[in-house]
Design a protein around this ligand. Structure first.
Ligand code: ZN
Length: 227
């Protein structure tokens, strides 16, 4: 059961899901930032469009005035023509600005699209990873329940005082309360027991609870214990 719990804590599928969720948070933040930039640029574009339109309108009015032929004063005519010239130059300048802003708007829109695509893919991956993990966890939960039932069955056959001792040791020894004694070695701490200790264990009565003198775990005797 400790192994199952450890498996649950270290599932690569869970780590993958966490990573996807972290990336999603990041991308969503980036989308918000990119949308803010794009929004500001849209306003800049609207302003640039309005600036160009204002100059065009002024030129149109001047041109109409000129075409109407109602102005006869030569100085006034000259001044009007001069203004038309500067308006034309100003219009070209403003159109350059407008073009530049448009390009930046396109760039910002493209950035938003790219991030949105990335987010959509991450959401698909996240849904998949969630399903994979849920499926896996269902299997592990079933395995854990079966193991718990098996453990409880064995538990019911063990005297209470021995069980209490086992639990106490288990909690303080990485979840392993009892270890097999194999060819004179404690498989809990890997310590090779000295011959004097082996002799003492050999002399113990069959139902005595043996303990490793190094790690204090309960030692389980088998035909391969070397006793
Ligand atoms: Zn030991």
């Amino acid at each position: 059961m400790a192994q199952i719990d450890h498996k649950v804590r270290t599932l690569p599928e869970a780590a993958r899901l966490s990573e996807l969720e972290a990336r999603l948070i990041r991308v969503r933040d980036e989308i918000t930032a990119a949308e803010t930039i794009a929004g500001d640029l849209h306003l800049d574009q609207a302003r640039a469009d309005a600036d160009v339109e204002q100059v065009r309108e002024r030129s149109r009015r001047d041109q109409e005035l000129l075409d109407a032929g109602t102005i006869n004063d030569s100085k006034q005519l000259q001044s009007l023509q001069h203004e038309l010239g500067s308006l034309a130059r100003r219009q070209l300048e403003l159109e350059d600005v407008e073009l530049e802003v448009m390009e930046r708007v396109e760039g910002a829109n493209a950035a938003v699209r790219q991030l949105t695509d990335e987010r959509d893919q991450l959401e698909i991956d996240q849904a998949e990873a969630t399903a994979v993990l849920a499926n896996l966890m269902a299997g592990i939960t079933a395995e854990r329940e079966a193991t718990a039932a098996e453990r409880d069955l064995i538990k019911s056959e063990i005297p209470d005082d021995l069980l209490a001792l086992y639990e106490k040791i288990r909690i303080n020894h990485d979840g392993v309360g009892a270890a097999r004694l194999y060819r004179g070695q404690c498989e809990g701490c890997r310590m090779q027991l000295p011959p004097s200790e082996i002799q003492a264990l050999r002399n113990a009565v069959p139902n005595a609870v043996l303990r490793c003198e190094e790690c204090r775990r309960i030692l389980i005797r088998t035909p391969e214990s070397g006793l």
